[in-house]
Design a protein around this ligand. Structure first.
Ligand SMILES: Nc1ncnc2c1ncn2[C@@H]1O[C@H](COP(=O)(O)OP(=O)(O)OP(=O)(O)O)[C@@H](O)[C@H]1O
Length: 219
């Protein structure tokens, strides 16, 4: 569903992704971990078509939607208008599917996005992505700055979409515990290169991964 081969993405002379190869199969939910500056958002933006590869290829079947880092809402527009912008490319005007999925958004529809809490804003970004009826969802930092209960609520929605509707998900996360809970497989990126990949259960027992991302071994 997502097939990235030998991908190089540069900003001028600075290389952010350095010959990256990874795949996410149809209906899979796969995690991508990495420290600040590893190139995670660069990959997300390239998958969403916002950045062009310098070399290598990025292929995906079907429509790709992005929940961008920092949400990137239009703060002066209403929640309903932010959602409508998400449906612009696919011609999807009716937000009722998204309101069925995330009923709180129907209650917030008339509110200005800029006055919402961080969790509510992330829900709007989630709903906006779903307005395009994606086959593949790239989530750039679901949990960033959110309370654990809010993150858990959003994660439950994501898991349901993946397991019940077969949505393919690439979950980019700083919170490795969350990523390992939600995903079976993960890739670890550092300085634009893959340093390890595999089953989350195995990675969690890898001392390098545990000390860098889990604050010590998982018990
Ligand atoms: N617009 C830009 N112009 C120049 N360099 C950039 C630009 N955007 C990102 N970079 C650089 O590319 C590298 C990868 O950045 P990127 O934002 O993809 O990392 P990240 O893993 O998402 O980091 P974070 O977790 O902090 O968001 C970094 O060295 C960053 O400084």
């Amino acid at each position: 569903m997502i097939d990235v081969k030998d991908l190089v993405v540069s900003y001028g002379t600075a290389t952010a992704l350095d010959h990256l190869t990874l795949t996410v199969g149809r209906g899979e939910m796969v995690a991508l971990l990495g420290p600040n500056g590893a190139g995670k958002s660069t990959l997300a933006n390239t998958l969403a078509g916002l950045l062009k590869p310098t070399s290598g290829t990025v292929r995906s079947d079907g429509r790709v939607a992005l929940i961008p880092e920092g949400r990137q809402l239009f703060p002066d527009l209403s929640v309903a208008d932010n959602l409508a912008l998400g449906g612009w490319r696919s011609g999807q005007r009716d937000p009722s599917l998204v309101y069925d999925l995330l009923p709180r958004l129907a209650e917030l529809a008339g509110r200005r996005a800029g006055v919402l809490s961080g969790g509510e804003q992330q829900m709007v970004a989630f709903g906006r992505a779903m307005m395009s009826r994606p086959d593949v969802l790239v989530v750039d930092e679901l949990s960033l700055g959110l309370a654990p209960t809010v993150t858990a609520d959003l994660a439950a929605h994501l898991t349901a979409l993946n397991s019940e509707q077969g949505l393919t998900v690439l979950l980019i996360e700083q919170n490795a515990r969350l990523a390992f809970e939600l995903c079976r497989r993960a890739y670890v990126l550092e300085s634009g290169r893959l340093v390890t990949e595999g089953e989350c259960a195995v990675l969690a027992d890898d001392p390098r991964v545990a000390s860098a991302y889990l604050g010590g071994a998982i018990t």
